[in-house]
Design a protein around this ligand. Structure first.
Ligand code: DC
Length: 228
């Protein structure tokens, strides 16, 4: 049985993580970052000789993923994080190396099927806010509340550069815009589960809005239309 689901889909660097984690905190839901799951699988592939010279060895990767699972880890303060194969993966999942390969890994049907099952399992018996690209369209088409975030490219590039400067990740900031454009294209043009707005999703253009304003718009939309 699934609990209440709120999906937050949209392009890269539109503020999905900020909104989804704030909503999860506000409604006391679990927060699932499905993009992080694709990044962890990309990292796993790179470190298990499943990507050689940008070529992905799909069947080798899927065999190695057999019996490995994502799970929730709850620390003594009640904070919930995501683990894969019992380990927690941090900021380095946002390095250039991973960002450069992740959309190509995410195109693979076997990887999408694997993560589809994992996402369904993580949501069992739980109320959850899930961010991604295909959450309201493919993974949880019956989600009670759906959001779709968009923003102008130059604003997204500035936000991503700021995030990179504030963190310890390695990324050539000149490559940020190119990487966003490349991922937008691969993510929205792929055959399986492309990035698109669900018909019943509520769209928020975050270009000229603060995180606080975006959260308030989403919260007002939820509180005026749904009951949990
Ligand atoms: O949200 P993010 O930028 O961390 O996601 C990384 C990549 O993962 C993104 O370029 C496309 C892919 N992705 C996906 O295909 N489907 C999802 N539900 C989430 C992410």
């Amino acid at each position: 049985m699934l609990g209440n689901i709120i999906s937050v889909d949209g392009f890269s660097s539109t503020g999905k993580s900020t909104l989804a984690s704030k909503l999860a905190e506000h409604y006391n839901f679990y927060y699932l970052n499905s993009g992080l799951m694709y990044r962890i699988i990309s990292y796993f592939a790179l470190n298990n000789d499943c990507i050689i010279k940008d070529k992905i060895k799909e069947s080798k990767l899927i065999n190695k993923l057999n019996n490995l699972n994502f799970d929730w880890v709850i620390d003594k303060n009640g904070n919930k994080s995501l683990s894969f194969d019992g380990k927690i993966f941090g900021e380095k999942m946002y390095s250039f190396e991973i960002s450069d390969i992740v959309s190509t890994v995410a195109k693979l049907e076997s990887v999408r099927n694997f993560l589809f099952r994992q996402q369904k399992n993580l949501a069992l018996q739980k109320s959850i806010v899930v961010e991604g690209r295909d959450i309201g369209t493919v993974v949880f088409p019956d989600a009670k509340v759906k959001f779709f975030l968009s923003a102008e490219l130059d604003i997204r590039t500035k936000r991503r550069n700021k995030q990179i400067k504030e963190s310890n990740i390695s990324f050539d900031t000149k490559k940020v815009e190119d990487n966003l454009i490349k991922r937008d294209k691969i993510d929205s043009e792929r055959k399986i589960a492309p990035l698109k707005k669900a018909e019943d999703a509520f769209e928020i253009d975050t270009s000229k809005k603060s995180q606080f304003e975006v959260f308030n718009i989403a919260k007002n939309y939820i509180d005026s239309n749904f009951q949990f």
